[in-house]
Design a protein around this ligand. Structure first.
Ligand code: CTP
Ligand code: MG
Length: 237
């Protein structure tokens, strides 16, 4: 039975600004998506990578992945994604072959996650946890706010104790059947779920945390690209 990594890469990257879809933007001269695929394939545990491409961009993404060498132990598939991250992950799950029993879901927008983090997530799932998320303590204090009146500032409602909060990253790891059931049964309003583990929580299944890594940060805004280039340069030095 194999471990597969589903990589949602179908987003436009609105917060990064106009231009090429985020996953295809270059980082150190190589598309972010290729970094993410290599980060998954770097784990000996990962036998299959499923790339979820922009809805109209699967052939182009397939050509791109074809043009880059992956370790011999890793196969890959490219499938078209959907309008929300949740739909894109669902389409990736639907493409998994039968022999896959452990699934990682990894954002293409986290191109620099170290292999030790990937391995730690896989280990925890293989050790019996149905859902595993890498997470880090927060640097900032977080406040819950409510809606302000028209033209009024938002009121603060509460301040959760920071030491109990974690910022979660990917790859998140799952027992395949648990994640497939979550995607089939859990309804999420609006923009859909931005976190697969959150859907598993709503099934009532346990979710556990392993240590995340600073370099697993998500490229979301322009400043994140500056940081990503600096991390790559440091690695290459
Ligand atoms: N994603 C996806 N399909 C979508 C939306 C997002 O596969 N319809 C993927 C993105 O490609 C990204 C990951 O989900 O790898 C995390 O999403 P995010 O960082 O929010 O990326 P975008 O949605 O592209 O960015 P933005 O929200 O700024 O538009
Ligand atoms: Mg998004």
């Amino acid at each position: 039975s194999r471990t597969a990594a589903v990589i949602p890469a179908a987003g436009r990257g609105v917060r990064l600004g106009p231009g090429t879809p985020k996953a295809l933007r270059a980082l150190g001269g190589t598309p972010m998506l290729i970094h993410a695929v290599r980060a998954m394939a770097a784990s000996r545990a990962v036998g299959l990578v499923v790339v979820v491409a922009p809805p109209d961009g699967a052939p182009e993404v397939k050509n791109l992945v074809d043009a880059h060498v992956l370790p011999a132990h890793t196969d890959y598939l490219v499938v078209p994604g959907g309008g929300t991250r949740q739909e894109s992950v669902g389409l990736g799950l639907a493409a998994l072959p039968e022999d896959v029993s452990v699934v990682l879901v990894h954002d293409a927008a986290r191109p620099l996650v170290p292999v030790d983090t990937v391995d730690a997530v896989v280990e925890a799932v293989r050790g019996g946890a149905p859902a595993v998320v890498p997470a880090l303590p927060l640097a900032d204090t977080v406040k819950e706010v409510g809606p302000g009146g028209p033209g009024e500032p938002e009121p603060v409602l509460s301040t959760p104790e920071r030491s109990r909060l974690r910022a979660v990253q990917t790859p998140q790891g799952f027992d395949r059947d648990t994640l497939v059931r979550a995607h089939a049964e859990v309804a999420v309003d609006g923009e859909g779920a931005t976190d697969d583990a959150g859907m598993v929580e709503r099934l009532g299944a346990p979710v556990v945390v392993v240590p995340g890594h600073e370099e697993a940060f998500k490229v979301t805004r322009p400043l994140d690209l500056v940081l990503a280039e600096a991390v790559l340069a440091r690695r290459r030095a």
